[in-house]
Design a protein around this ligand. Structure first.
Ligand SMILES: NC(=O)c1ccc[n+]([C@@H]2O[C@H](COP(=O)([O-])OP(=O)(O)OC[C@H]3O[C@@H](n4cnc5c(N)ncnc54)[C@H](O)[C@@H]3O)[C@@H](O)[C@H]2O)c1
Length: 273
């Protein structure tokens, strides 16, 4: 029987994943959706009904977790910890888009998931090359650096930048607005830098993963460059992501990579590490 997938957070990413499930891109069924905003959820389910001719059950977060074999969290860094707790309490597998929410507790949550007999998945999201990062970890890793370059509107309104007096929308040239560790970056940029959390957890951890964030008025894509040096050699990757049409902070690749993860989890052929 195909896996039942529940989507919590039916915004930019959640809706794309619903569409992928409803259009048969994944060998799994959509068993329901949950969202904190009933009005936008109603509109989304009406759109799905028109597009695909199906009625999607709207459930509370807990009802949905109980009904699903696997839930996809696509809400926010603030909302995600409570959702993970409910998934663990019911022993349900969860894919976590708000990867930054996991960063301070990923080792203990991983141990609790093992006790509960379930799994926590973090998709590669808007980042390329996590397979190489994981491979590199089998040997010695000397350094991991993430350089994220975004159009200023993808960083507008970040309280940390405002507190530093940086008006990203007024910048006329590419400007480094942050340099530090992933542990420092993730709380300061909660909606912009989930990739730093995913990279840290796949590799050398949040204190040794270095992050640079650049606001560039000439750039139209959310670009993530990873460089790893280790006993295997040197690896670099660069992902130039188009922002999602209605949310400049989110890259289209975040949805695509989650759909790919769902396909992997429901496929009997596994390619890549
Ligand atoms: N891992 C990655 O590479 C990556 C990339 C982009 C975005 N993200 C993260 O994924 C998450 C979703 O991103 P998005 O662009 O779809 O955001 P979005 O703002 O478009 O949608 C979020 C949805 O979640 C709903 N929501 C908020 N709190 C909720 C709660 N407690 N319960 C149920 N629903 C709730 C909102 O009403 C909204 O509909 C964010 O945390 C974002 O930072 C991760």
């Amino acid at each position: 029987m195909s896996k039942k997938i529940g989507i919590i957070g039916c915004g930019t990413i959640g809706k794309e994943i619903c569409r992928a499930l409803l259009s048969g891109q994944v060998n799994a069924s959509l068993c329901g959706v949950a969202d904190a905003m009933p009005e936008s959820l109603r509109k989304a389910t009406e759109d799905f009904s028109r597009e695909f001719g199906v009625t999607i059950p709207v459930l509370s977060t807990e009802e949905l977790i109980k009904a699903a074999d696997l839930v996809v969290e696509a809400t926010s860094k603030a909302a995600a910890p409570a959702i993970v707790e409910i998934a663990l309490a019911h022993g349900r597998d969860i894919i976590l888009l708000s990867a930054g929410a996991l960063l301070e507790a990923y080792e203990s949550l991983s141990a609790r998931a093992a006790e509960a007999g379930c799994r926590i998945y973090v998709p590669s999201g808007a980042l390329g090359g996590l397979d190489a990062v994981k491979g590199a970890m089998s040997g010695e890793v000397y350094s991991v650096t993430l350089t994220t370059t975004k159009p200023p509107k993808g960083l507008a309104g970040v309280p940390y930048l405002e507190s530093k007096g940086i008006d990203v929308l007024a910048l006329r040239e590419a400007t480094e607005v942050f340099a530090g560790t992933a542990r420092e970056a993730v709380p300061l940029f909660p909606a912009n830098i989930n990739v730093a959390a995913a990279l840290s957890m796949a590799g050398v951890g949040p204190d040794k993963t270095l992050v640079r964030i650049v606001a560039d008025p000439a750039c139209t894509r959310n670009t993530h460059e990873v460089r790893i040096e280790g006993s295997f050699g040197v690896f670099t990757s660069k992902c130039e992501n188009l922002p999602a049409p209605f949310n400049p902070r989110t890259s289209t690749m975040a949805s695509f990579s989650t759909i790919a993860l769902l396909r992997r989890l429901t496929s009997s052929l596994q390619i890549g590490s």
